[in-house]
Write a protein that binds this ligand. Structure first.
Ligand code: SF4
Ligand code: SF4
Length: 368
């Protein structure tokens, strides 16, 4: 994909100023509590310049090397999911009026036009899945739709994947191919800029872009090729539906259950997971209540409770549900696997359970 211009690193603030001039609130990656996470971003100096991550199963560390690079890290614990599918949303409120009647009111979705800088290819792929789930069903989700409507996405191609990444094997990275308004490819001198929408072209017109030198394009292509070649992990196939459902009694489910804490971290960090639970929260005075939805996980007891009976009472059944749905059942629902190869569930699992290892052990290395 040929870039349309080159932005010197020293002009990163111009990018934010142009976005704010277009009416966007900017959100971008920043170092927070020992991890790179998204937060409101007004100053380019707050980007994680010179930081890189060291991720392993069950381990995430940031290190500073003093380099000028701003995006030489893979991904943090947070994808785009919390920005669109909020961890907690109020769906409606109820209150008792003075005459004793009950009055119900739906919570009006409200969203600010937001530009997100630094989106990775895996998270763009997860966004497409979440769009399918929240927008293309029988009843589009108004909260998700409101936040999605005015979202401007600036992708950054991954040139330094983590050890836990395997997006090349799922076909979702490390190059951002589509779904963005603007994409940046970082090189020694700055950023190759590619537009992906009319809004992206509008932004590019506002930037002090220079002509792209062939050596910069070649350097980016070499970095992305190295990022592909460097990924060690892989899933045995992009479609494990038949293989997994044929192995529902494989002894590996018991083995992984002996290690799994059923904590749900894997589902919380997964950019494509969408399960939630709804509850009523009455006020102490008994006159009003809020109906909320909150992220849930197939690892919680309540998730499989039907009419007072917990269907998946053990960790074996819960882990099997997670893997067979994510890598199998999603093919029926959304036409592809629910895994985009971001590796977060491996890094943020407290006991380092590795989805690629488990899938390979259950389905077999040679499965195609
Ligand atoms: S299952 Fe794991 S690797 Fe796959 S998208 Fe979810 S968090 Fe990322
Ligand atoms: S696989 Fe890991 S992160 Fe997921 S529930 Fe089990 S222990 Fe927690």
């Amino acid at each position: 994909m040929a870039a349309t211009g080159f932005l010197l690193r020293g002009y990163a603030q111009n990018l934010l100023d142009a976005l704010m001039g277009m009416g966007y609130r900017c959100v971008g990656p920043q170092v927070r509590n020992g991890a790179i996470t998204y937060d409101i971003l007004s100053h380019a100096s707050d980007l994680p310049w010179g930081w890189h991550d060291d991720q392993k199963p069950g381990s995430y560390r940031l290190e500073r090397d003093g380099s000028p690079w701003g995006f030489a890290w893979a991904n943090g614990p947070q994808g785009l999911k919390p920005l669109l599918f909020a961890p907690v949303d109020t769906l409606q409120t109820a209150r008792r009026t003075e005459d004793g009647a009950l009055h119900f009111e739906g919570a009006t979705p409200h969203a600010i036009a937001t530009a997100v800088l630094g989106v990775r290819a895996c998270d763009l792929a997860a966004l497409r899945l979440q769009d399918q789930h929240f927008l293309e069903g029988l009843v589009p989700d108004p909260h998700y739709a409101a936040r999605r409507a005015d979202l401007f996405l600036i992708a950054v191609h991954c040139t330094r994947p983590a050890v836990t990444c395997f997006c090349a094997s799922t076909g979702d990275g490390p190059r951002a191919e589509h779904g963005f308004d603007l994409a940046l490819g970082e090189t020694v001198g700055g950023f190759l800029v590619t537009t992906g929408s009319a809004a992206g072209e509008d932004l590019a017109d506002r930037l002090p872009l220079q002509a792209v030198l062939p050596k910069e394009q070649d350097a980016l292509e070499a970095s992305i090729a190295a990022a592909v070649a460097g990924q060690q992990r892989r899933l045995p196939s992009r479609d494990l539906r038949a293989a997994l459902f044929a192995k529902l009694h494989h002894p590996r489910w018991e083995e992984v259950a002996a290690r799994c804490l059923s904590c749900g971290n894997c589902t919380a960090v997964c950019p494509s997971c969408f399960c939630y639970a709804e509850s009523e929260q009455p006020a102490l005075d008994g006159l009003s209540s809020m109906h909320t939805r909150r992220w849930d996980s197939c690892f919680t007891q309540g998730h499989s409770a039907i009419h007072g009976t917990v269907i998946r009472s053990g960790t074996r059944e819960r882990y099997r549900q997670w893997l067979t749905h994510k890598l199998g059942g999603w093919h029926d629902q959304y036409g592809r696997s629910g895994c985009v190869g971001c590796g977060r569930c491996i890094t943020w699992c407290p006991v380092g359970i590795d989805i690629t290892e488990e899938a390979t052990s259950i389905c077999g290395e040679s499965h195609v």
